[in-house]
Write a protein that binds this ligand. Structure first.
Ligand SMILES: C[S@@+](CC[C@H](N)C(=O)[O-])C[C@H]1O[C@@H](n2cnc3c(N)ncnc32)[C@H](O)[C@@H]1O
Length: 271
């Protein structure tokens, strides 16, 4: 088991009381267009989708009507418990495991996904397991939303400030996120370096949704885990979040259309 992910999960705050519930309500579900891209690359409706780092199950449930069977793999028991409690679809199940040792049958999956989760994982440990579980010509898709969403210029700027200040506080206090070690922009290079995929590429798409002030601030607050991980040592983050809340309430008196960009990093195993 990769100690990198274990240590990261340990300091993420994702196991804190109530965080999984907040996460599940605040984060967007994967957009249909991202699932369309992966389905098309796999050559049609998948028999089995394996979702690594499935969290509260948002990214697993999204496949329920699009695949025969979906298995979410999650190492944090608090996130897993929320996934099991929330998921009613009989063809979606979860296992508690690390992504580099899933225990799933070799060659069984048409699609393996990492939704907002590949940067939490050591690619050298996880990619061989991905390639083992995929059938020949199977598709690995690591996809992430590109924060900041697009909703209203002043709100977008205040949202961007929260992301920047949070990142700077992490660096200053040495609370490193997975993405400091495995930046998302390097995912495709890592897929290529692994030699496990016949094709590795990036695809960009976007989702259209609607959000109000509360949804926007909830999303910003859920990104990067609870502020409790800073133990009161980042007051500038609280101030920036308060500013976002105030500006969002001023600028979004009614729900508005919101666009969220996505980047999909794809690897297709040899046929
Ligand atoms: C940001 S959440 C994404 C959850 C979900 N996929 C979604 O789209 O909302 C990342 C999840 O990956 C899990 N995770 C991180 N590293 C993992 C690993 N090596 N094996 C299994 N789960 C892992 C974390 O515990 C966390 O729940």
């Amino acid at each position: 088991m990769s100690t990198f992910s274990r240590d990261l999960i340990g300091r993420s705050g994702y196991a804190n009381e109530g965080f999984a519930d907040h996460y599940d309500g605040a984060r967007p579900s994967p957009p249909a267009v991202a699932l369309d891209v992966l389905t098309r690359c796999a050559g049609g409706r998948p028999q089995l989708v394996v979702d690594l780092g499935s969290g509260t199950g948002l990214s697993s449930r999204a496949w329920a009507a699009r695949a025969e069977r979906v298995v979410g793999v999650e190492a944090n028991p608090a996130m897993l418990a929320r996934a099991r409690a929330t998921t009613a679809e009989a063809n979606v199940t979860f296992v508690e495991a690390y992504a580099d040792a899933t225990g799933l049958e070799a060659g069984s999956a048409d699609i393996v996904t990492c939704a907002q989760s590949f940067h939490w994982m050591d690619p050298a440990a996880v990619l061989p397991e991905v390639a083992r579980v995929l059938r020949p010509g199977g598709v690995f898709g690591a996809y992430d939303y590109d924060v900041v969403p697009v909703i209203e210029p002043q709100v977008d700027a205040a949202f961007a400030a929260v992301i920047d200040v949070r990142w700077a506080a992490r660096e200053r206090l040495g609370i490193h996120a997975g993405a400091s070690q495995w930046p998302k922009r390097e995912h495709v290079a890592r897929l290529r370096e692994s030699g496990l995929f016949a094709l590795a590429r990036e695809v960009h798409c976007h989702a259209e949704t609607t959000a109000d002030a509360e949804a926007v601030t909830d999303l910003a607050h859920s990104l990067g885990g609870p502020t409790a991980i800073f133990e009161g040592r980042a007051p500038e983050l609280e101030e920036t979040m308060d500013a976002l809340t105030r500006i969002a309430r001023e600028r979004l008196p009614e729900p508005r259309p919101m666009l969220i960009g996505y980047t999909i990093r794809l690897g297709i195993t040899p046929s």
